[in-house]
Design a protein around this ligand. Sequence first.
Ligand code: ADP
Length: 303
Amino acid sequence: MIEISGLTKRYGDKVAVDDLSFTVRPGQVTGFLGPNGAGKSTTMRLIVGLDRPTAGSAHVDGVRYDEHPAPLCAVGALLEAGSVHNGRSAYHHVLALAQTHGIPAARVDDVLAMVGLDSAARRRAGGFSLGMGQRLGIAAALVADPAVVILDEPVNGLDPDGVLWMRTLLKQLAAQGRTVLVSSHLMSEMAMTAEHLVIIGRGRLIADTTVEELISEAGVGDVIVRSPDATDLHDHLVRVGAAVTSEHPGLLRVSGFSADQIGDLACRQGLAVHELTPQRATLEQAYMELTQESVEFQNASAA
Ligand code: ADP
């Protein structure tokens, strides 16, 4: 479990993380979403003690990361992609980490096989592609079998096979009871992977919710109405204040009223209705609406 409380990080005048509080629970993938520059990486760096908060706290299983006697066993993190590149082989990179925690060499072979790098284990990590580097980073993060896994934009730079592999792996890690926090700036990616969503913008919490709740809170979408009395129904709905369009005879797209309200209005007018279909807001629309303000702010300040 990760508990973030009043977490704040300032760099000079810039507030990167602003009084952020949320909890990441075990057994599910939590997506950490926000536009670029929202403060996701900074928050993750604060969780693993790579930076000190200006105020507030980030606790992993009740204590700060640096208070854990064996931090690699508490938290496995993949933060800056590609930061593992060096002259060492993949095997020696992970082995060096394992040795700091008394982890047997056999486990290194196991995690490298798990991420699909067994045949490349003896190759120099410096020559790896971005995708292979990501896999190596995951192997390093998992070598100590941590209860909490934190990954910053792990699908960036992966090919479609790699993306699919990453999604499956994240779900497996959660199904094993681990706490999994994974960041992305793409709602479409998180919708495929995460059950829970923490959305931030300009360093502040915007939403702490589930995928399902986010869709239902996105407000009443349009309602598609099919009616043999479409012309009369159209006129009546416009009279009572609905916005109505019609692309095909007999079919109306109505906004401003719920499906129930439209059905009741039609009934009272004695007009037949053969179909009433609420259109759900897509996750992408809901996300755009939520984060619009912080994106506009960014664009304005960049101009
Ligand atoms: P995200 O990961 O959501 O894209 P970041 O956490 O990388 O966002 O950045 C949040 C904000 O903090 C950005 O405006 C970024 O420019 C700023 N920032 C991050 N690290 C530093 C730093 N070391 N010094 C100054 N500003 C920083």
